[in-house]
Design a protein around this ligand. Structure first.
Ligand SMILES: [Zn+2]
Length: 196
């Protein structure tokens, strides 16, 4: 079993950044995604959990190419699953995660990720949920979720265009806590699904 870590977007992806705050700081989503993904990878490495970095490049790798790479890993290992790490935008607050539409293994993995996020952030932050279909994830048609054959979960880790959220994900503490949430979920998935 292997976890595929996707860091979303490249350095030149247009519009994926926070406003420039009063102190002139600004978050670029590609940088945040890569930093958190690297922290997760390091935790996996220390725990001897096999992982693949889907996009080692700094440039923008097309979604079609990302799907191709994920599917190539999945063909070799049918237990492989993908976590895609993002920051949210659109003026809300809090944490959420998405899976492809319909009932798949992704839903079970996403539920585990939500449990860890709730445990870590639930007292201080809004955990955004769509519980109409019985599991908490907000189902969507994000390209990578829709097109990859691999079970896939996409997390939107707080809002880069809401200042309180953005300050949190610019901080090392925030990034470390987000990485830890993902790592704990990955560990649980390996323990619960990796044996058969
Ligand atoms: Zn994104």
């Amino acid at each position: 079993m292997v976890v595929i870590l996707d860091n979303g977007h490249g350095a030149e992806t247009a519009g994926k950044c926070s406003p420039v705050w009063a102190d002139m700081t600004q978050l670029k989503e590609y940088e945040f995604n890569r930093d958190v993904t690297a922290l997760i990878a390091y935790k996996c490495k220390m725990a001897h959990i096999p992982f693949v970095m889907l996009v080692p490049e700094y440039s923008d790798i097309s979604l079609a190419e990302r799907v191709k790479r994920a599917d190539a890993v999945y063909r070799k290992d049918r237990r492989a699953f993908l976590f895609s790490i993002h920051a949210n935008a659109g003026g809300g607050t809090g944490w959420e995660a998405w899976t492809s539409k319909g009932k798949t293994k992704s839903d079970e993995y996403c539920t585990i990720l939500y449990e860890e996020a709730e445990r870590a952030f639930g007292k201080e932050w809004k955990i955004r949920k769509d519980t109409l279909d019985g599991d908490p994830d907000k189902e969507s048609q994000f390209y990578i979720l829709k097109h990859t054959k691999c079970p896939a979960v996409l997390s939107e880790n707080f809002f880069m265009d809401t200042e309180r959220d953005c300050r949190f994900i610019m901080s090392h503490e925030g990034r470390e806590r987000i990485a830890e949430v993902h790592f704990r979920a990955i560990k649980r998935i390996f323990d619960e699904y990796g044996k058969d």
